[in-house]
Design a protein around this ligand. Structure first.
Ligand code: FAD
Length: 416
């Protein structure tokens, strides 16, 4: 069923009783050409591009819970391509370009909203670093504007510009950045992949990887063994656990990241703002709630839930940038499980096991990467060769020293 304005009118006249299910619920087949482990944004996008760009229809996505139950449905929806390093910039800009055409491509309203992303700076040194980043972006054809204090004040007048510790001096803005409705991305890619014949198997946890003579030949699951010629792993915060099934130890730590949503307000803030002196970012959802978040937990965990110390930390940052938020009622908060790599950049690569491919290390920035990650991972799985935009995301870069340390924080995952 194609979605259109005409379909909305037609179904409204028919009492909305004839909408087709968004995807099928197939039983797993005994064998597939390609299995993708993980039905998050990256796994679903990979399956879609495998079918669309490379002509593979005999593909299954195996998801241990329900589609979109992981980070793809838990993030703060921010998309941007304001990176500095050559390994990252072309990849994230390619992702922005795919976001810009996504809704037409998959015939699904993902609520792509290019409302701009504004990173605040609070010192001369930080302004210089942002100027350098903005210049790197512009050299790569990415939009960037360095704003002074008055220009920022015109955009977001309610911030605390005179804050005693962190006065706002200005900001680096990417006008094409913004937000995308997170779970609509999962549903949209799922529907589009399903329409091209991909089997989406929910409640199917992969419990083992079957390897014969150094080559992957299938997976063990809670719904039985399934054979496959190739397997792609895209399980975000569970990457190290699934890789361990193949005897691999990854340069990844898992940490919890939390997010918060307030009661609904009238339209108040029409861009994304990030605090430059702490870790805090905020935007307003189309339902009116303010959506915000901050730092990850400083210790490793596989938990998927929030906790009190980070709430205090995030609220302190919120009050430092925007004291008016103290009047706000927070409705809910939640946690997701982040796959933090040692240099803060992702991995899209082959593994030492023939036919087993890895997509991991997205830290807390993997939502914006969803389209490009799926595109490049599909290319890698289909052709066996890295896509040029993702060529730097190699697994062996931690051995060779070719790391992509965007923040310059060193090998400490919780600082990236
Ligand atoms: C609170 C929060 C805020 C964030 N904010 C942003 C943001 O504003 N912008 C941004 O770019 N990024 C953000 N991120 C990061 C982003 O959400 C993730 O990097 C990205 O979603 C990870 O990729 P994914 O969608 O494929 O992961 P997921 O949706 O987590 O998908 C992985 C899937 O694998 C499944 N799985 C795990 N183990 C198995 C198994 N053994 N068998 C089968 N299935 C399995 C899981 O159930 C899960 O559904 C945020 C994350 C969180 C938690």
């Amino acid at each position: 069923m194609r979605y259109s304005a005409f379909a909305i009118v037609r179904e409204a006249l028919r009492g909305n009783r004839h909408w087709a299910p968004v995807w099928r619920e197939p039983e797993p087949k005994p064998a597939y050409d390609i299995i993708i482990v993980g039905g998050g944004g990256h796994g679903l996008a990979t399956a879609y591009y495998l079918a669309k760009e490379h002509g593979y229809a005999n593909v299954a996505v195996l998801e241990k819970g329900y589609l979109g139950s992981g980070n793809v449905g838990r993030n703060t929806t921010i998309v941007r391509s304001n990176y500095l390093l050559p390994g990252n910039l072309p990849f994230y800009e390619w992702s922005m370009k795919l976001w810009e055409g996504l809704e037409r491509d998959i015939n699904y309203n993902a609520m792509v909203s290019q409302r701009g992303v504004l990173n605040l700076y609070h010192s001369d040194a930080q302004r210089d670093a942002f100027a350098r980043r903005g210049n790197a972006m512009r050299l790569h054809g990415v939009d960037a504007e360095l704003l002074g204090r008055d220009e920022v004040r015109r955009l977001v007048p309610f911030l605390d510009f005179e804050n005693g510790r962190f006065p706002i001096q200005g900001g680096l803005r990417q006008p094409r950045g913004g937000t995308v409705r997170h779970d609509a991305v999962a549903w949209g890619y799922a529907r589009a992949a399903d329409r091209r014949g991909v089997d989406l198997i929910q409640n199917c946890e992969v419990t083992g990887l079957t390897i014969e003579a150094g080559r992957i030949v299938g997976v063990e699951t809670t719904r039985g063994a399934i054979r496959a010629k190739k397997v792609g792993v895209a399980v975000a915060g569970s990457s190290s656990r699934v890789a361990a099934m193949a005897g691999l130890r990854l340069p990844i730590e898992s940490h919890v990241l939390q997010a918060f949503a307030s009661e609904a307000l009238k339209p108040l803030i029409d861009t994304v703002v990030t605090f430059g002196a702490g870790h805090f970012y905020i935007s307003q959802s189309d339902k009116g709630g303010l959506v915000f978040g901050g730092d990850i937990d400083g210790y490793n965990s596989y938990a998927w839930r929030g906790n009190l110390p980070i709430i205090e930390d995030v609220m302190e940052c919120a009050m430092a940038i925007w004291p008016g938020l103290g009047r706000l009622r927070v409705l809910r908060h939640w946690g997701g499980l982040m796959d933090m790599s040692m240099d803060g950049s992702p991995i899209i690569d082959r593994t030492p096991i023939h036919g087993l491919f890895l997509n991991a290390g997205w830290c807390y920035g993997g939502f914006k990467a969803t389209p490009a990650s799926g595109w490049c991972f599909a290319h890698l799985i289909a052709t066996g060769e890295p896509h040029p935009h993702a060529a730097a995301y190699r697994l062996d870069r931690f051995a060779t020293g070719a790391v992509i340390d965007e923040k310059g924080a060193g090998a400490q995952p919780n600082l990236h």
